[in-house]
Design a protein around this ligand. Structure first.
Ligand code: HEM
Length: 183
């Protein structure tokens, strides 16, 4: 997994829970060699999983909640590195299509070692989108947080429902994203 994700994760923990908590998490880790990461390097996925698991135990929250919150936090940083690829997108659904068909493709062109998930989109209506998320990393809740972050960027509010999830024994993850009209 890209160092940029690890850098974002350390920033997230430091901002949300303090530097000492982050240092404590790294201290408890058997796999992380240091508390800082190089954004352009690639680190083993299992280091991220271990850091997440330790964080969830220490903070007494679920893995899914921590990943979702982290995804929302990470979104502006990821977007910052892709501003030139954002195109003509005016809303979160258009943007998700752009992520799958342009942004993640550019990420892999720039770094052949990068791995991004497959997001298959099915627009049901103007306000409802189905997303089939597939990745050997199985971090669908990170995707969920990133979608919340993207909606915020476009001044939209969405709800996300996991219709099926590999963590519940289903064959794949299917998310229903619904835009909420302002009252
Ligand atoms: C709402 C929008 C987005 C969603 C749902 C999304 C989804 C994801 C997820 C879930 C991952 C974790 C890896 C995995 O699942 O296997 C990931 C990785 C990544 N994404 Fe996205 N992403 C979004 C936007 C972006 C943007 C704007 C960029 C900007 C360049 C970006 C660049 C990356 C990079 C660099 C990785 C790490 C690749 C690696 O570790 O090898 N993503 N994305």
């Amino acid at each position: 997994m890209k160092g940029a994700i690890f850098c974002g994760y350390s920033e997230y923990i430091e901002q949300a829970h303090g530097l000492l908590t982050w240092l404590d998490i790294v201290d408890k880790s058997e796999l992380a060699e240091s508390s800082s990461f190089i954004a352009t390097d690639i680190y083993e996925d299992k280091i991220f999983v271990e850091l997440l698991t330790i964080s969830a135990e220490l903070l007494n929250v679920s893995l899914s909640d921590i990943l979702t919150e982290f995804g929302e936090f990470l979104f502006p940083t990821l977007l910052g590195s892709a501003k030139h690829h954002i195109g003509e997108c005016t809303n979160v659904f258009e943007f998700l299509d752009h992520v799958e068909n342009v942004i993640h493709i550019e990420v892999k062109k720039a770094d052949p070692l990068a791995y991004t998930p497959s997001l298959i989109l099915d627009t049901v209506s103007n306000s409802e989108l189905l997303i089939k998320y597939t990745s050997h990393r199985q971090v669908c809740f990170l995707a969920e947080g990133l979608i919340y972050g993207a909606a915020k960027h476009f001044n939209q509010k969405v709800t996300i429902e996991h219709l099926s999830c590999t963590h519940q024994g289903d064959k794949h993850c299917l998310m229903k994203v619904t835009t909420v009209q302002p009252s």
